[in-house]
Design a protein around this ligand. Structure first.
Ligand code: AMP
Length: 214
């Protein structure tokens, strides 16, 4: 039986970007990738098997080799710090990591920062030499400054609509974020032909899309 390249795909908001990118590379993905209750979708005619994962779990699957390659946001890569190869900047799902707070934010004696990304937040403030207490939340982080749980948050900003609607402002940018193609270190060597072919096709699609100004 053909050894399929196992590809971990994050479900949720970036699936539409992934569909477009793979389409541009001449590799149309199964339509039901994100709607399906099936989490393993073999597509033998593409030589691939897709594993639909929670975005934050993609680098874990790839590090442990249950997926040969995967697509993960740089945000997740920074937070998870997994031992994988980062092969390609896919240039999709562009956003930024920022420190966010109320417009009248002032430094306090016991600063608290809430985030879904506690490692990123801790590292950022440690490198700045600022001592803060980082509080891990699992969602609706924008609430934290509004209800007095934290004086600032670290979160992703794309259009800025969410923070604006909650009366918050961006105080500092931490990093620009895009999605990356990542590979398991062993798979990269053992399945190098298939991995390299996919990389080349995606790179061509990215270059063409940039040239088309889309
Ligand atoms: P926006 O209102 O467009 O600035 O989007 C901000 C909200 O969407 C925040 O709750 C973010 O956590 C989330 N968000 C923005 N961009 C991304 C992304 N690329 N991946 C995951 N979540 C994101």
């Amino acid at each position: 039986m053909q050894d399929l390249l196992k590809v971990a795909i994050p479900k949720g908001r970036i699936v539409k970007h992934i569909h477009r990118l793979f389409q541009g590379a001449g590799l149309p993905l199964p339509e039901d990738l994100d709607d399906s209750r099936k989490f393993i979708i073999p597509v033998p005619e593409m030589g691939m098997e897709f594993i639909v994962a929670k975005p934050a779990d993609v680098p874990t699957y790839v590090e442990y080799g249950v997926a040969d390659i995967g697509i993960a946001g740089k945000d997740v890569m920074m937070e998870e710090n997994r031992n994988v190869y980062e092969l390609l900047d896919l240039g999709i799902a562009r956003c930024r990591f920022s420190v966010i707070g109320l417009p009248d934010w002032m430094p306090s004696a016991n600063p608290r920062v809430a985030s879904k990304f506690p490692n990123v937040a801790s590292q950022y403030f440690r490198e700045k030499g600022q001592q803060v207490e980082v509080i891990k939340l699992n969602g609706n982080v924008e609430l934290a400054p509004l209800i007095g749980l934290a004086d600032r948050i670290v979160d992703l900003v794309e259009t800025g609509n969410t923070i604006r609607e909650n009366g918050l402002v961006e105080l500092e940018k931490i990093a620009d974020i895009t999605s990356r193609l990542i590979a398991n270190r062993v798979s990269y060597r053992m399945k190098n032909g298939a991995v390299q072919l996919l990389c080349d096709r995606l790179q061509d699609a990215i270059t063409q899309s940039a040239a088309g100004g889309r």
